[in-house]
Write a protein that binds this ligand. Structure first.
Ligand SMILES: C[S@@+](CC[C@H](N)C(=O)[O-])C[C@H]1O[C@@H](n2cnc3c(N)ncnc32)[C@H](O)[C@@H]1O
Ligand SMILES: [Zn+2]
Length: 285
């Protein structure tokens, strides 16, 4: 089977177009890359740091939590913001399990999910039909092992939309791969995102300077459209709380037994605030 979005991919060594024969991708310079048996394409550029990806446990928690529907309003908002008339694919650096990317593939667009976690890429490669995708409207997606802080294996101008959802944000590379009419969709948590759990479980809190830092990172290359603020509350049971903590950055900082004890001490269901901002950015002319 031909890898979806193949024409938008680029050789990580020389930047030229890739061709596919059986399970091997190769460029005119003779660089070649065999698809992993789990279906993702290993296209790490020289000098990449491939040790930054999420662990198997984090990815399993993310898969289960995002499949539960609790974040569907966020997924839908990102998908709606990614709609554009620009030609090209949808790219998500730091795509994780591919839930957001799959939902953004309306109108038959194809997608490219980039991540440094093989566990995430295995899930993403299987995500042919996202839970939020209307039947019959989707293109396929390619899961690609690549470091979002390095040169991305995507051809210049090939992306109609780039998604940035709780993930690395490399402004210069995003600007390079984005079509001139394309859109960068950024989801950032607001200060009170998951505030009840941050307080009760001593989780890492949202950096108060987060939105300013995002603007600083992107502002020299992009300009923002008015932001869409999404806020709602959900009632979560203990298992969902464990998944939510387990998929996030706090998972790396918490002792598992201490966290289990803290979750067990919570009321049976906890009301939790979800608060995020979705902003569309366009390249400065
Ligand atoms: C917090 S998760 C977000 C995943 C997805 N966007 C979502 O919201 O479900 C961050 C993701 O970025 C990936 N990641 C971390 N460093 C990366 C890098 N340098 N290049 C590409 N992906 C990276 C992690 O493996 C993880 O899947
Ligand atoms: Zn090459």
């Amino acid at each position: 089977m031909t890898l979806p979005a193949l024409a938008a991919l680029a050789c990580p060594n020389c930047g030229q177009a890739l061709d596919q024969a059986d399970r091997r991708l190769s460029c005119p310079e003779g660089h070649s890359f065999d698809l992993a048996k789990q279906g993702y394409a290993p296209l790490l550029a020289p000098g990449s740091n491939a040790t930054t990806g999420d662990t198997a446990d984090q990815v399993a928690a993310r898969e289960d939590f995002l499949s539960s529907g609790v974040y569907d309003p966020l997924i839908d908002a990102v998908a709606a913001a990614a709609r554009t008339d620009a030609p090209g694919v949808v790219v998500e650096p730091g795509c994780g399990t591919g839930h957001y990317l799959a939902a953004a593939l309306a109108d038959g667009r194809e997608g490219i999910g980039l991540d440094t976690s093989k566990y995430a890429l295995r899930r993403c490669a299987k995500r042919e039909t996202g839970p939020r995708r209307a039947p019959g409207t989707q293109g396929g997606l390619a899961a690609v092992l690549a470091d979002a802080w390095n040169r991305m294996p995507v051809r210049a101008g090939a992306a109609a939309a780039v998604l940035n959802v709780f993930a690395p944000r490399n402004a210069d590379e995003i600007a390079r791969i984005l079509h001139p009419e394309g859109v960068l969709v950024v989801l950032t948590p607001r200060q009170d995102h998951l505030r009840e759990l941050v307080d009760a479980l001593d989780l890492l809190s949202v950096d108060p300077e987060k939105s300013q830092r995002t603007a600083d990172q992107l502002g020299s290359v992009f300009e923002a459209e008015p932001a869409d603020e999404i806020g709602y509350a959900v009632e979560l049971g203990h298992e969902q709380v464990r998944l939510l903590v387990g998929m996030g950055p706090s998972a790396r900082h918490h002792d598992g037994a201490a966290l289990d004890a803290a979750v067990a001490a919570l009321p049976e269901t906890v009301r939790v605030t979800v608060a995020a901002t979705v902003t569309r950015w366009r390249a400065k002319r």
